[in-house]
Design a protein around this ligand. Structure first.
Ligand SMILES: Cc1cc2nc3c(=O)[nH]c(=O)nc-3n(C[C@H](O)[C@H](O)[C@H](O)COP(=O)(O)O)c2cc1C
Length: 296
């Protein structure tokens, strides 16, 4: 989760025994620095990095470095690509995964040589490839794909994690709930908005926050979209490292990290339908422990 999952969060999740994911982008440090810091804090736990298929070609050096140094490299959004998978294989021993939103792409990920696939249901927070409810997608994918399937979208409790594993998932991917953890880089106003959300109906699937990434559906808090629509002006906030601050346009797809200043409430407050279960801001290790507490 760009802007949210820095080395502090990824390593805390890894130390707790889960897979902590970094994003290829973050305004604060280079990808190399974030890998180094996450690995240093992980105590030997598993750290991975996620990439966007439509951008990875511009930064293959980072992709290869991640495949050489980390446990997992993962690609999202585009059609699974066997050439990219073999590039990762040549660079290192990382497992290679693809996050997909359809059976066709899950089969393509398997054919491309991926080690596992993440099936993302339409309930997910952030950018959403899935168009089907997770239950339906997970059933279709687990019936047809022989590599392990990770379930993503709307999972924020021990009960929903256990349900997904019972329904055939080898593991679960959780995003939104980790935004509200102590190690998250999310802005406090963003975290408070997650805590205030009462139900899945407080989220909306939209293409509204399209700045920098047009026509890509994403799920956000309804309140954020309404605030952005009501905002008058072109620039809602300012972000970036000290000395290189940049304006953030209204309807930008940027995630509000705690280093952003301005109208955070009118930025893309990504949230999945499980947001109603986000009621506190625990250490990430407590959240990992809670999520796995009903797994056999
Ligand atoms: C704030 C936020 C940022 C995200 N950023 C990314 C990203 O950079 N790359 C990616 O592959 N998925 C990203 N996702 C989507 C997650 O990989 C995952 O599909 C989703 O969080 C699962 O649904 P949930 O949020 O309901 O748990 C993001 C999700 C959120 C909430």
């Amino acid at each position: 989760m760009g802007g949210v999952s820095g080395p502090e969060l990824a390593s805390a999740v890894a130390r707790a025994g889960a897979l902590g994911m970094l994003c290829e982008f973050d305004a604060l440090e280079s990808a190399d620095e974030r890998m180094t810091n996450a690995l240093a804090g992980a105590d030997g736990g598993a750290v991975g990095m996620g990439f966007f298929g439509h951008r990875v070609q511009d930064d293959l050096a980072t992709f290869e470095a991640a495949a050489a140094r980390l446990r997992v490299v993962e690609v999202f959004w585009t059609t699974p690509d066997p050439l990219l998978v073999s590039r990762a294989r040549s660079a290192g021993v990382a497992l290679v995964a693809w996050q997909v939103g359809s059976l066709d792409h899950a089969l393509a990920a398997q054919d491309a040589g991926c080690d596992f696939v993440i099936a993302q249901g339409v309930e997910a927070g952030g950018h959403v490839r899935g168009t089907q409810p997770l239950e339906q997608l997970l059933r279709e994918v687990s019936e047809r794909v022989s590599i392990p399937v990770v379930a993503a979208g709307g999972i924020a409790t021990a009960e929903s994690a256990a349900w997904a594993v019972d329904a055939g998932a080898a593991a679960v991917r959780v995003g939104t709930a980790f935004v509200a953890t102590q190690e998250s880089r999310a802005h406090p106003v963003y975290i408070d908005a997650l805590l205030a959300a009462q139900s899945a109906d407080d989220t909306v699937l939209t293409t509204g926050f399209s700045g920098g990434w047009p026509d890509a559906p994403h799920r956000v808090l309804k309140s954020a979209l309404a605030a952005a629509e009501a905002f008058e002006g072109d620039v809602v906030a300012e972000g970036g490292p000290p000395g290189a601050r940049r304006p953030i346009a209204r309807f930008s797809s940027a995630t509000p990290s705690r280093h952003v200043e301005g109208r955070i409430d009118a930025m893309a407050l990504y949230a999945g339908t499980g947001v109603a279960s986000v009621t506190s801001v625990p250490p990430a290790s407590d959240l990992v422990a809670a999520l796995v507490s009903r797994l056999g």
